[in-house]
Design a protein around this ligand. Structure first.
Ligand code: NAD
Length: 583
């Protein structure tokens, strides 16, 4: 049977790797291939003579060549395709290139470019990755999981080693809606970030597409569409399918942490709540977003010098992300001692139909928990609202006078100039987070927000933006990127062997991240660390998760002094190890 390295930890003692493959098979195993990096001895021993040009290159030289090649391409989607091809050929080199150039390549491997990749997936996919499950498979999902080739190691079934699954039903891909089977780009890209950002070993990861069909007419009409060409499964059949997937995962991959990804609002919240105590799982769009945005808010609160409990929030967009952030903010305010009525008042939401209030016509159940009641409406001078009345953002801002405005509407330009000017009129330093992705969907661009607030705003965005010059000074725009949270959360949960991922863990990660913003960056307006600090951030977050898992009785009982060793030994660094044949 083929032996594949399980993690760097397994490799460290001897510093060498016993590899059972030879010749072309070795070159075609992405996790073991070194291309021209095989030395003379390895070329003899592994039957590689003649299969490689004579020159032996170091990984540093290979990185330079790959960079030259990728940077020469004129378009980000081409760069995405180039990087995907590298990942399929030589994963160690792929991760080295990405890790050493995170700021440059994260927007390619993940949002915003991955969004374009998902939209054109049927046309650009070369080598399928991960596991594709459709309703036709409902009775054989365990078999499919056993067939899984964890992250293209070429290892055949090593499914018991899967420690991290990212699964999507493709219905709400970034801000781009239903992308059908093309949504697979997201779990693939996300797991690449888990590896780049926290060093989770590639063969421990498994991307899963729960392809329940699509209601995207363009995809259904595309003759090359690679997915399950049916309307989306809904209702009890959909629930049965998700249940079958969870049961199969518990059965076949009992050590796996499951991350739900890019489900549409209603299913996202329902599925998270239904399964979080049964399988070690979390929803990044809800909880990861909640934590990363809370971290930015806590960093802003540091800059403002006024406690969280004194802030007032307006959320534009009450979907999975908006509700997730609001729930996290509520929990953080409560943890800081704010009382119930204060919290209830301080969190105001609005959606397509305007202000969310309890007596409103057409109110989804998901939105009820943050709907304003009669007391809050009266407090804000809106006591006379009738069920059919609408209050748009301008009116809500004028009445509520928020100190913090959060956008998760997916609607470009939704933060109007008038609303931002109104906010700035009564707040010294308006905190404005236009979080919708990709870039084209942002509620307002940072340069405009700065202009409308006289340069006083503290801004964080969902997509990356260039710094803005204000009165001759460069202001850094921090990116509320979930990547600051989920790799560390996943790593921590794996190391802790956590049975459950709790809300307290997310609160702790937010606090940790906020503390990691250096005073210099904060002074320059940045509410998040630099992306280049990601591995350090993930390590700190993982350690917090390990301690919290232990303390709340859901994880392994590490002693304090063991925690960082355990985390560090699970972090893989992409470098070539010397190979020897099996002992
Ligand atoms: P969703 O579809 O679940 O929710 C969207 C919400 O916006 C719904 O409540 C809808 O009613 C509301 N909405 C739509 N049009 C509106 C309008 N004109 N005015 C007010 N509200 C409107 O989607 P989601 O998962 O909540 O994601 C929303 C956006 O947030 C996406 O663009 C996504 O990229 C972004 N997001 C950003 C981050 C981040 O920055 N870290 C994380 C997650 C999601």
């Amino acid at each position: 049977m083929r032996q594949i390295p399980r993690s760097v930890k397994d490799l460290r003692p001897a510093g060498i790797l016993h590899v059972p493959f030879r010749g072309a098979e070795l070159l075609e195993s992405p996790l073991l291939n070194k291309d021209t990096g095989f030395d003379e001895g390895e070329r003899d021993v592994f039957g590689l003579r003649g299969l490689l040009p004579p020159r032996t290159s170091s990984i540093e030289e290979q990185v330079s060549l790959e960079l030259e090649h990728i940077r020469r391409k004129g378009d980000d989607l081409e760069r995405y395709i180039g990087l995907a091809a590298l990942q399929d050929r030589n994963e160690t080199l792929f991760y080295r290139v990405v890790l050493e150039n995170l700021e440059e390549f994260m927007p390619i491997v993940y949002t915003p470019t991955v969004g374009r990749a998902c939209q054109t997936f049927s046309h650009i996919m070369r080598r399928p990755r991960g596991l594709w499950i459709t309703p036709a498979d409902i009775d054989r999902i365990p078999d499919l999981l056993r067939n899984a080739r964890p992250d293209s190691t070429g290892a055949g079934s090593a499914v018991e080693e899967v420690r991290l699954i990212v699964a999507t039903d493709n219905e709400r891909i970034l801000g781009l809606g239903d992308q059908g089977a093309g949504g697979m780009g997201i779990p693939v890209g996300k797991l690449a970030l888990y590896t780049a950002g926290a060093g989770i070993y590639p063969s421990h990861t498994l991307p899963v597409s729960l392809d329940v069909g699509t209601d995207n007419e363009d995809l259904l009409a595309d003759p090359f569409y690679i997915g399950y060409r049916r309307p989306r499964l809904r209702g009890a059949e959909y629930d049965d399918f998700i249940e079958a997937f969870v049961s199969a995962t518990l059965d076949v991959c009992p050590r796996a942490v499951l991350q739900w990804e890019d489900f549409k609002q209603h299913n996202a919240i329902r599925i998270l709540d239904r399964y979080r105590h049964r399988i070690t799982s979390f929803n990044d769009d809800i909880q990861g977003t909640g934590a990363v945005v809370l971290a930015g808010i806590l960093a802003a609160v540091r800059a403002l010098g006024r406690p969280l409990a004194e802030q007032r929030f307006v959320f534009l967009g009450a979907g999975a992300a908006g509700i997730g952030i609001a729930r996290t903010v509520r929990a953080a305010m409560s943890a800081q001692g704010a009382d119930g009525p204060t919290i209830k008042r301080a969190i105001v939401t609005a959606d397509t139909k305007g202000l969310v209030f309890a007596a409103r016509d057409q109110l989804d159940d998901d939105k009820r928990e943050f709907a304003l009641g009669p007391d809050e409406l009266a407090f804000y001078g809106m006591g006379s609202l009738n069920p059919g009345d609408r209050r748009d953002l301008d009116a809500v801002v004028a009445a509520v006078k928020p100190t913090i405005l959060i956008g998760t509407s997916g609607v470009p330009g939704a933060f109007t100039e008038s609303a931002i000017r109104e906010m700035a009129a009564h707040t010294e330093r308006p905190v404005v987070f236009p979080l919708s992705n990709p870039t084209a969907k942002t509620e307002a661009v940072p340069a405009d927000i700065m202009a409308w607030t006289g340069g006083r705003a503290l801004i964080a965005t969902g997509s990356p933006f260039e710094p803005v010059t204000v009165n001759g000074e460069s202001r850094i725009i921090g990116q509320a990127n979930n990547v600051f949270i989920f790799p560390g959360m996943g790593l921590g949960a794996i190391v802790a062997e956590a049975r459950e991922i709790t809300d307290e863990m997310f609160l702790l990660t937010a606090g940790t991240l906020a503390e990691m913003v250096s005073p210099e960056r904060l002074a320059a307006g940045a509410l998040y660390p630099a992306v280049s600090e990601l591995r350090d951030v993930s390590r700190q977050i993982a350690a917090k998760v390990v301690c919290q898992s232990r303390d709340c009785g859901v994880g392994r009982l590490y002693r304090d002094e063991e925690v960082f060793d355990a985390v560090d030994s699970a972090i893989w660094f992409p470098a070539y190890l010397p190979y020897r044949p099996p002992a």
